[in-house]
Design a protein around this ligand. Structure first.
Ligand SMILES: C[S@@+](CC[C@H](N)C(=O)[O-])C[C@H]1O[C@@H](n2cnc3c(N)ncnc32)[C@H](O)[C@@H]1O
Length: 249
């Protein structure tokens, strides 16, 4: 099996080593978020060799809620495809992303949902928002983005759907993680979509206590699973009720 190798700059490695020593004593999230953008840039650079992250320059179509790309295109990352489809199938008129990083999901949603849907992005680190403008200038011109710490407050403007991909799994402070879950729920009128490594927290138990068991669904593409918390009543297929942690493999 081949692994994607990251070329991390020495300044990241040095600061991260010091951060890990401090974290061993004081605890904290997986990263010092002000240092993380160097890591994220390296991830994006490496990931783009293997996966297609930019739907604007891709031959794609949406059919029956599934994204299809031309056979000779570089494949989509399974989790990116899942998040995009999980959001698109909700047919929202407004969507926000929390922990947007360089904005690949929002830029893709602009392509998939068209110009009429309101999109917004938030991240705790301003350098990530700068990267969004650098990587996707056309999308960034139509998608407002601002600094926000989801562990401290809900979004300033509620949207129908709010999603976060690989954000909560890195928030390792138990109270901050629970507050982030709560703030996500308070920020959406219809649904919250989460994509994470589900071994990092007890998502099923925590979401059941925040939203109730009947609100929980999964969107499963066979290669990735997102959690969909419905705040506006029952969902039909392609969403399936989340009843067991084994569905979050
Ligand atoms: C692993 S990256 C994922 C970025 C993006 N979702 C993606 O997949 O491309 C996690 C992102 O969450 C942001 N983040 C971490 N803690 C946050 C918080 N408390 N509130 C908002 N964003 C946060 C980080 O700055 C980083 O951009």
């Amino acid at each position: 099996m081949e692994f994607i190798k990251l070329r991390l700059p020495p300044r990241f490695l040095l600061k991260h080593a010091l951060f890990r020593v401090r974290k061993a004593f004081r605890g904290g999230d997986d990263y010092d978020w002000s240092n993380y953008p160097d890591h994220y840039r390296a991830e994006v650079r490496a990931g783009r060799k293997w996966y297609n992250e930019d739907l604007h320059s891709t031959d794609w179509k949406l059919q029956d809620g599934r994204i299809f790309i031309a056979a000779d295109e570089t494949p989509l990352h399974p989790t990116h495809r899942n998040v995009w489809e999980a959001v698109v199938n909700l047919t929202p008129s407004s969507v926000s992303e929390v922990g947007m990083g360089g904005g690949r999901f929002l830029a893709g949603l602009r392509e998939l949902l068209g110009p009429g849907v309101e999109l917004r992005g938030y991240d705790v680190e301003a350098k990530q928002l700068e990267l969004f403008h650098e990587l996707y200038p056309a999308a960034a011109a139509t998608i407002p983005s601002s600094v926000l710490d989801i562990t401290l407050s809900p979004l300033p403007k509620m949207t129908e759907v709010v999603f976060a991909s690989t954000v909560l799994m890195h928030i390792r402070r138990p109270d901050a993680y629970r507050q982030a879950l709560r703030n996500l729920m308070r920020s959406a009128s219809r649904a919250v979509v989460l994509m994470d490594n589900y071994t990092t927290h007890d998502y099923l138990a925590d979401l059941t206590s925040e939203a109730g068991p009947d609100a929980l669904y999964v969107y499963d593409t066979g290669r990735a699973v997102s959690i969909v918390v419905s705040l506006g009543g029952a969902l039909d297929l392609p969403y399936k009720p989340l009843t067991s942690a084994s569905q979050l493999r």
